[in-house]
Design a protein around this ligand. Structure first.
Ligand code: HEC
Length: 108
């Protein structure tokens, strides 16, 4: 999910994302759907289960200059991620350098 700044930049194909961009990733367990599988007659349907965590990327090229202009946040059961764990975000997201550290593409 993204705020208006994020979605506007996505739609216009604008890179880098402007300051003020906020992108959220909601994560869920991946569970089989008994209800749908009954219809299909075989196990082939999966749906989101219980939520696991929520992560954010917030663009502020001054405040977060050391991490490519992005601030990273992680919450599980309402609690923020440990400092050591939070150090893993930027190095991995650097693999998406060609799209301003954002992996997810806009699908119109
Ligand atoms: C090992 C690599 C890796 C690490 C570490 C990692 N991410 Fe990601 N992240 C990804 C990939 C790949 C995606 C896109 C696919 C997906 O969402 O599963 C993604 C997606 C996201 C998104 C949605 C925007 C986008 O880039 O697609 C946010 C927000 C996000 N991650 C935040 C974080 C935060 C916060 C941390 C640190 C706690 C973190 N990530 C650590 C690989 C990583």
């Amino acid at each position: 999910m993204g705020n208006d700044v994020a979605i506007k930049a996505y739609r216009e194909g604008k890179l880098p994302f402007p300051d003020g961009t906020i992108i959220a990733a909601l994560h869920y367990r991946y569970v089989a759907s008994e209800e749908n599988n009954k219809v299909f007659g075989q196990a082939q349907s999966f749906v989101p289960g219980s939520p696991t965590n929520i992560q954010f990327m917030v663009k502020d090229s001054t405040k977060y200059a050391a991490t490519g202009g992005w601030g990273f946040a992680h919450f599980q059961d309402g609690k923020p991620g440990e400092a050591a764990f939070m150090k893993s975000c930027f190095p991995c997201h650097q693999k998406a350098k060609g799209s301003d550290l954002v992996f997810t593409r806009y699908a119109p």
